[in-house]
Design a protein around this ligand. Structure first.
Ligand SMILES: Nc1ncnc2c1ncn2[C@@H]1O[C@H](COP(=O)(O)OP(=O)(O)OP(=O)(O)O)[C@@H](O)[C@H]1O
Ligand SMILES: [Mg+2]
Length: 341
């Protein structure tokens, strides 16, 4: 059965012009597809461009180049009516539940706002019932409706953010690190809530995080970002079983194992070398300043041989200095894993 593609991102770029000769390439040509009903994860360290990618896809930032196709339509060429529908169908949950809710509005007002903008529920009673329903859907109750954000815990605030995102009955939600500001004990609850809502409402998620262990729990496929580029994209299972890029290997090796004996023996791959600046970055492979620091004492010889081989390819590509494509593999497009650098 063919999967229905809901979102297609083609060579998307977002550059910030900082001054006369200074350009910060926060997102520099990323491509991926998200199928209806799946959770697509984006991981990478702080500053690699995850939030900028999410914000550009939803239209909070204008893109510098590239395409975003949602439900078969290029979101940059929408009519006014289509744009209105697009904003209804794609919503975002933000990283910081403290900053993303207006402290002067009650929970009821916060959730009602998008409904008012989109002219839903002209009947006040009907709208209020819908708000109560949404609060119950996210594990809060109707008594919370008249309270202010500061009266809630971090986890509860994120639930309010989720209720607001659901207010317009969207198809697609960009979850920008929805759990990273939360206590570990609350993170799993919010992930479980997102999973339940996905099942009940048939939602599709773009799930952004830097915690690979949590992304694994929720995502079907994962893209690993490094300095504005996707360096590896594959199914969640394949990424954990057989990570190809040394950067992915390093990220995976940083996940703690909840068994003290295994954790003691765990080998961490620490990448040294400078993280290049995204301001006026060099052309060619963005990972090349870290290549020489991929540790040779890696436990897994097979991985090391692969790393050395890929490093050789990377160096050749650097010499050629013409390649600007950085995806190592993209199963959807069936390219050879060594074709890209
Ligand atoms: N509005 C802006 N103007 C200029 N530069 C920006 C702007 N927003 C983001 N950046 C820069 O773009 C790069 C990517 O930032 P972004 O917030 O997308 O990273 P991130 O991967 O989401 O990081 P984190 O995990 O810390 O949230 C950073 O170098 C950041 O300084
Ligand atoms: Mg971010």
């Amino acid at each position: 059965m063919n999967k229905q593609v809901l979102l297609e991102v083609n060579q998307l770029k977002k550059h910030f012009h900082l001054g006369k000769d200074s350009t910060l390439k926060a997102v520099d040509g990323i491509s991926f597809q998200v199928n209806k009903g799946e959770t697509f994860g984006i991981v990478g360290e702080s500053g690699c461009g995850k939030s900028t990618a999410g914000r550009t896809i939803i239209g909070l930032y204008d893109s510098t180049d590239g395409e975003v196709i949602f439900n078969g339509k290029n979101v940059h060429n929408l009519s006014e009516k289509e744009r209105f529908d697009f904003h209804k169908n794609m919503q975002m949950i933000f990283q910081d539940p403290y900053a993303s809710l207006n402290p002067r509005s009650t929970v009821s007002e916060i959730i009602a706002e998008p409904m008012e903008v989109h002219g839903l529920y002209s009947n006040k009673q009907e709208r209020q019932e819908r708000i109560y329903q949404l609060l119950e859907d996210v594990g809060l109750n109707r008594d919370h409706a008249n309270r202010y954000p500061h009266e809630f815990s971090g986890g509860q605030r994120q639930r309010i953010g989720i209720a607001r995102a659901l207010a317009l009955d969207p198809e697609f939600i960009i979850c920008d690190e929805p759990i990273s500001a939360l206590d570990v004990s609350v993170q799993a609850q919010v992930v479980n809530l997102l999973r339940r809502l996905q099942k009940e409402k048939g939602l599709t998620y773009l799930f952004i995080a830097h915690d690979l262990s949590m992304v694994k729990q929720i995502s079907t496929r994962i893209a690993v970002m490094y300095l504005g580029h996707i360096v590896e994209l594959t199914s969640s299972r394949e990424l954990y079983k057989n990570p190809l890029h040394p950067y992915t290997q390093a990220l995976l090796s940083a996940i703690p194992i909840p068994d003290p004996d295994v954790e003691d023996k765990r080998e961490r791959i620490l990448l040294k070398g400078e993280l290049p600046s995204p301001i006026n970055p060099l052309s060619g492979c963005v990972f090349r300043t870290r290549w020489k620091h991929v540790p040779k004492s890696s436990r897994n010889g097979r991985r090391l041989r692969k790393a050395i081989m890929l490093r050789a390819i990377c160096t050749i590509k650097k010499i050629l200095a013409t390649m600007t494509i950085h995806q190592w593999r993209q199963p959807d497009k069936k390219v050879s894993r060594y074709e890209y650098c």
